[in-house]
Design a protein around this ligand. Structure first.
Ligand code: NAP
Length: 477
């Protein structure tokens, strides 16, 4: 499909603006330019922050029923234009059209949940008479918006991860400035468009398309920005946290998620779920399965079935329904993954399938015999590569699963209650999926990690907690 190069404007405090300097957005599947967006400057970011001060006041005063109407209306526009959104995701990013359609469905869910949670901005009464002398005091607390939120988002879910910040921010009466990933800004701009059409007052939302290295610091360090909600890599997240100063930060970072498969597991289900979890979005998925620990007696059968299923994956044109996996976000990323695999092979790992790169495409790859101290076994691959290990016991699997600097989600396949509970208690992660791979998530559950995987939680209700402050009221009667 030949695509016209569209000149997209950015959404600055309710106005669509262009700039002489632009960034070209390309389709990583064929390197064709699909659009240009403004290359925002520090001045643009300052203007957005300035407008957001007024936007935050307007948002805080917006009655809850209006917030709900606006968010529901934005969700309905997306519902009407589903395929257009899906094609945008598939063109600018790595996802196949099937994966992109799922992201659009999830985005609609995220917004509808945000609208519902807007109804539940509840406080609590406080029994002040619990200490003597306060018998005549009566009071409560309720949640107040934090003000201006700076949201910085990654390329791998260019629509739904932006919705996870905009939906809760508007539901809780804040203003929000989004800086989407430079390689995938189009989905975020489309989201701004539906909010604009839904009647969101000017100033509450801006989507500023600029490079993190150029406009990031202005957003992160500005004293009027009261919270940075970041989703991205550990290195960028650490840099941002170091610079942010006195403001709230929420960090949704990466991982190298483990999955444990015990002898009593339903192997067919474990294989299907783990293969899908490993190669979703070409492995560029914060929850993606990277390390699988299989109990010894099942190792051979699991490995054979896993390889067999991986070999059925069709890589290619993202817009074809028949394609299972698209390219990585660019060739540089595919080369990075290729080098990590080569390093592991040099140190004794065995290539079971895949390991071939063609431009930005990297075949779904399975490695066994991987030494535990090589980079690929310790860091986040963020590509379509999975490592299979044999273990003697559940305890060994848990220790190895925990022996990294990440902890987002883990999966365990077993029908043994006690084993499942042991894993739940001992795995040092933000979520344990029993009889699902680490890749399982719904948009309303608390979502986030421990260690290098982050700080704070998303999942609409939990994001709202992060984006609000309780204010205490006490009457001395
Ligand atoms: P990234 O390189 O860390 O970039 C994320 C965002 O940060 C982009 O918008 C980027 O802008 C911006 N940025 C870069 N340098 C900045 C700076 N100095 N100041 C402010 N912003 C800056 O991550 P990515 O490659 O897009 O995404 C992949 C990573 O995200 C993986 O590690 C993945 O696991 C993680 N992730 C985590 C979750 C989660 O929920 N836990 C979900 C999805 C992805 P530019 O694009 O302009 O560089």
């Amino acid at each position: 499909m030949k695509v016209r190069v569209a000149q997209r404007k950015m959404f600055l405090a309710g106005k669509w603006v262009d700039r002489d300097r632009t960034i070209t957005v390309t389709n990583p599947g064929n390197n064709e330019a699909i659009a240009t967006v403004p290359a925002a400057t520090k001045e643009d970011m300052l203007e957005a922050i300035h407008a957001a001060k007024r936007g935050a006041e307007i948002s805080a005063k917006l009655p809850v029923f209006r917030r709900i109407e606006i968010i529901q209306s934005a969700a309905s526009y997306i519902e009407e234009e589903k395929e257009d959104f899906a094609v945008t995701i598939a063109l600018e990013g790595s996802k196949t059209i099937r994966e992109a359609r799922k992201e659009v469905e999830r985005c609609i869910q995220t917004l509808r949940i945000s609208a519902e949670e807007g109804r539940r901005l509840e406080g609590k009464t406080i029994p002040f008479d619990q200490s003597s002398g306060n018998e005549n005091r009566l009071g409560y607390y309720s949640l107040f918006p934090i003000g201006i939120i700076g949201a910085i988002t990654p390329f791998n879910d260019p629509l739904n991860l932006v919705a996870h910040k905009i939906g809760p921010a508007i539901a809780s009466g804040n203003a929000i400035i989004v800086k989407p990933a430079t390689v995938t800004p189009l989905s975020a701009l489309k989201l701004a468009d539906v909010f604009s059409r839904a009647g969101l007052p000017n100033g509450i939302l801006s989507v500023i398309t600029g490079r993190g290295g150029e406009v990031g610091d202005t957003l992160v360090t500005h004293p009027d920005v009261r919270m940075i909600s970041f989703t991205g890599g550990l290195e960028t997240g650490t840099e941002i946290a170091n610079k942010a100063g006195l403001k709230k930060i929420s960090m949704e970072l990466g991982s190298n998620s483990p999955v444990i498969v015990l002898n009593d597991a339903n192997l067919k289900h474990a294989v299907e779920s783990t293969v899908s979890g490993a190669f979703w979005a070409a492995g560029q998925n914060c929850l993606g399965v990277q390390r699988v620990y299989i109990e010894q007696d099942s190792y051979e059968a699991f490995t054979n079935q896993f390889i067999e299923q991986t070999k059925t994956y069709r890589t290619g044109d993202k817009l074809l329904d028949s394609t299972d996996m698209g390219p990585l976000i660019n060739e540089r990323e595919a080369i990075r993954v290729e080098k990590l695999v080569e390093e592991a092979l040099k140190q004794g790992a065995k290539l079971e399938c895949g390991g071939i790169r063609d431009g930005a495409y990297y075949e779904p790859t399975v490695l066994t015999n991987v030494p535990t101290d090589v980079t690929i076994a310790r860091e986040e691959i963020f590509g379509p590569v999975v490592l299979l290990f044999s273990v003697d016991s559940l305890q060994e699997a848990i220790e190895k699963a925990n022996d990294v600097n990440y902890g987002l989600q883990a999966g365990i396949f077993t029908n043994h209650l006690q084993a499942a509970f042991e894993a739940i208690q001992q795995l040092n992660v933000g979520g344990v999926m029993v009889n699902d791979s680490s890749d399982f998530r719904i948009d309303s559950m608390p979502f986030g990690g421990v260690k290098g995987s982050g700080l704070g939680r998303e999942g609409v209700k939990h994001a709202i907690q992060e984006m609000t402050e309780p204010k205490v009221v006490c009457f001395n009667l």
